[in-house]
Design a protein around this ligand. Structure first.
Ligand SMILES: *Cc1c(COP(=O)(O)O)cnc(C)c1O
Length: 370
């Protein structure tokens, strides 16, 4: 590869179909939040997930907030979230007025720990938000069993796991609702966007009502409740339809890239490869590794050195329990440790085999230099 090439962590793959469908919107004049692509996107994406209903919204955070609002989560309630996740998972809970309760991570899957989850359930707990971190599904059977036994709702945060499978079923189909993000760095993108999917007709209708200003069906401009404007535009949905048509292919590329990374990194001392439990299909939204003490550089030193070699990376998320607005949380020590050790390597579907070889060779050279 050329020296001047900079390898990004993620980048969208925009094809001809995206342009064609967006142009159709422009030509037909349907550029706002009504139009045929919205319906088509909702149908195509929800059926991809194996779920009956889909509601396209403005972004993933809005989808999370809307799901909780549809479940009537409010001030008196507690909602369990993994400490190791992107901030939006917790913020959506805070928007409802409910209390965020952080749950520690499972050191094997990096996802929410079922045993810690069980310990954190109180009489005030109303819902659980499992997050399929970096593309690896959570332990959905155990989580659903706990939810069932304690009468809790489950909202899956699938923002990082489009098409990931747990026991041969796609994520988004396990909880009362599943939410997705189509931000620019996600597996498929609409620029900004999100979707809520569910098999529950009542929840779907309630979310649809709330997402468009909660306007009465019987009387225009009568709003029996305070709703939101969380609509997606037809332009975004046009991009979403084209992206969904290619989602299987994109997932296949991500999995193939992960296999190649795994093969090239498996013998490097001090690097822990990403998990994939035998009963799941990880989509490796972000190909991620842990930098252990045995590695010759610290995680942060490695990030700096890779940057010098024009390789972009990201450190793992800062745990929710370490974020200033959530300083009242109990210590989540596994999440903290993962957060300090983890790094996302370039994970774009446009990566070439040569680039992956260059990245892994650079890591190996760095590990031998010290
Ligand atoms: C990206 C992401 C979100 C938020 O999605 P936006 O579309 O950026 O609002 C929520 N949860 C997780 C785990 C994410 O990675």
């Amino acid at each position: 590869m050329k020296e001047e090439d900079f390898i990004p962590v993620a980048e969208p793959w925009i094809g001809e179909k995206e342009k064609e469908y967006v142009n159709q919107c422009l030509e037909e004049g349907w550029i706002s939040s009504k139009g045929r692509f919205i319906t088509e996107f909702e149908e195509k994406f929800s059926s991809f997930c194996g779920v009956k209903y889909g509601l396209a919204v403005s972004n993933g955070t809005a989808a999370l907030h809307l799901a909780l609002a549809a479940l009537d989560v409010g001030q008196e309630d507690e909602v369990l979230v993994p400490s190791l996740t992107f901030i939006a998972t917790a913020n959506a809970v805070r928007y409802t007025g409910a209390k965020v309760v952080c749950v520690d991570s499972n050191p094997e899957t990096w996802n929410i720990s079922v045993s810690d989850l069980e310990k954190k359930i109180t009489s005030k707990t109303k819902a659980i938000i499992p997050v399929h971190l970096y593309g690896h599904p959570c332990e959905m059977d155990e989580i659903n069993e706990l939810a069932h036994d304690n009468s809790l709702s489950v909202v899956e945060d699938c923002a990082e796991a489009h098409g990931a499978e747990y026991k041969d079923k796609k994520v988004g189909s396990f909880g009362d609702m599943g939410v997705f993000s189509f931000y620019g760095n996600k597996t498929i993108t609409t620029g900004e966007g999100g979707m809520l999917v569910t098999d529950n007709k009542e929840l779907y209708e309630r979310a649809r009502f709330l997402h468009d200003h909660a306007m009465s069906k019987k009387q225009r401009y009568l709003h029996p409740e305070v709703g939101f404007n969380y609509r997606m535009t037809n332009l975004q949905a046009a991009v979403g339809v084209a992206q969904t048509e290619r989602l299987d292919e994109l997932i296949q590329i991500k999995r193939k890239n992960a296999q190649l990374y795994n093969n090239l990194l498996k013998n490097v001392k001090g690097i822990t490869l990403p998990p994939e439990k035998p009963y799941v299909k990880n989509i490796y939204w972000m190909y991620s590794v842990l930098i252990e003490k045995e590695f010759s550089l610290s995680r942060d030193e490695l990030i700096e050195k890779l940057k010098d070699n024009r390789i972009e990376t990201r450190p793992f998320f800062v745990p929710i329990s370490n974020q200033p607005p959530y300083s009242d949380q109990p210590l989540c020590s596994v999440a903290e440790e993962l957060s300090k050790k983890g790094v996302n390597l370039p994970s774009s579907t446009k990566l070439t085999e040569e680039q992956i070889q260059y990245i892994t060779e650079t890591i190996k050279t760095l590990s031998n230099q010290n």
